[in-house]
Design a protein around this ligand. Structure first.
Ligand code: BDR
Ligand code: CA
Length: 303
């Protein structure tokens, strides 16, 4: 399956990219970057660093630096660290971004691999909305859009109402759900049922001396955040769960519903089931232990 990950790496993004690189049924053909956990130039630098570390030869196309209608963005430094990789701050600039913007690259690739390409969006949905606006045929050309975002049947994480990716560009998200391509929504409803604990990271580091050790090391900061703020002994495999949903839908309990995103007020970024809208597939429940085991088995196979 041909896959592009639209991403803001980001600790759990790094895990998802590692998973995609290791999964035999995934042909990862590029990364597109967006603001979110970090500023977009940091997302792109981190993405290129990961591509190099994983020994991949794929492009990184840089996308939006802020939400629609905004000039700037405040990164989630308290969650992902000052540079996006926890306590690791000395991250080299390796290679260069693709000449096309993220939206242009997504449009091109959807055209080239019409009906086949899956895009897994694990950051704010700005680039996806931009690609939809850039090419009216983009949605039709896409095989499927799989989104890590939202909290349809459960509370949010960035506010009591909203999940972070949707909250960071609620207008873009609402535009996507107004006329969605074939879409699967992988929200906190399921990703908080895939807790990855300290012992899981240690086991991974034992098996994978380079990538496993890297992920264990950058995740210490993330685990600390989860413990102090969320009272949770482990972090959600948010973005990896979305990548796993691209190929393993049998691990999820799926429902069809339209989704509306609240674009103002206290509930900004809330994802509300809405019958009047075109249906998307919402993941309502998951085999969380199965996702954790699959993640470990695949990523442990990396050097
Ligand atoms: C999402 O927000 C980001 O912090 C994570 O990378 C993930 O994509 C979880 O709400
Ligand atoms: Ca992310």
């Amino acid at each position: 399956m041909k896959l592009i990950i639209d991403t803001d790496p980001g600790i759990d993004d790094a895990m998802a990219i590692a998973y995609a690189a290791a999964a035999p049924e995934i042909d990862l053909i590029g990364l597109t970057t967006v603001f979110g956990n970090t500023h977009v130039h940091q997302s792109s630098r981190n993405a290129r660093f990961l591509v190099d570390k994983l020994g991949l030869d794929i492009p990184v196309a840089q996308g939006a630096s802020a939400a629609h209608g905004k000039d700037d963005h405040s990164p989630s430094e308290h969650v992902h660290g000052p540079e996006g990789f926890g306590d690791l701050t000395d991250i080299p600039e390796i290679g260069q971004n693709h000449d096309l913007t993220a939206a242009e690259f997504l449009v091109e690739m959807a055209r080239e691999h019409a009906g086949e390409l899956v895009v897994c969006a694990v950051g704010p949905l700005t680039n996806i909305a931009d690609a939809m606006a850039l090419d009216p045929a983009f949605s039709k050309n896409l095989g499927r859009l799989v989104i890590m975002g939202g909290a349809v049947y459960c509370p949010g994480n960035i506010t009591p109402h909203a999940e972070a990716n949707i909250y960071h560009d609620a207008h873009a998200a609402d535009a996507v759900f107004t006329a969605p391509p074939e879409t699967v929504l992988v929200g906190l409803d399921v990703t908080l049922k895939t807790l990855y604990q300290n012992a899981d990271f240690e086991a991974l580091a034992q098996k994978s001396a380079d990538m496993g050790v890297f992920l264990r090391d950058i995740s210490k900061f993330y685990l600390q955040f989860y413990k102090e703020i969320g009272g949770l002994d482990g972090c959600g495999l948010h973005d990896s769960t979305a990548v796993i949903a691209c190929t393993h839908d049998h691990m999820f309990d799926l429902v069809q519903t339209g989704v509306q995103v609240i674009t103002e007020g206290d509930a900004l970024g809330a994802t509300i089931p809405q019958d009047g809208r075109p249906p998307v597939t919402v993941c309502r429940d998951v085999d969380g232990a199965g996702v954790v085991d699959l993640f470990t088995a695949r990523v442990a196979s990396l050097p």
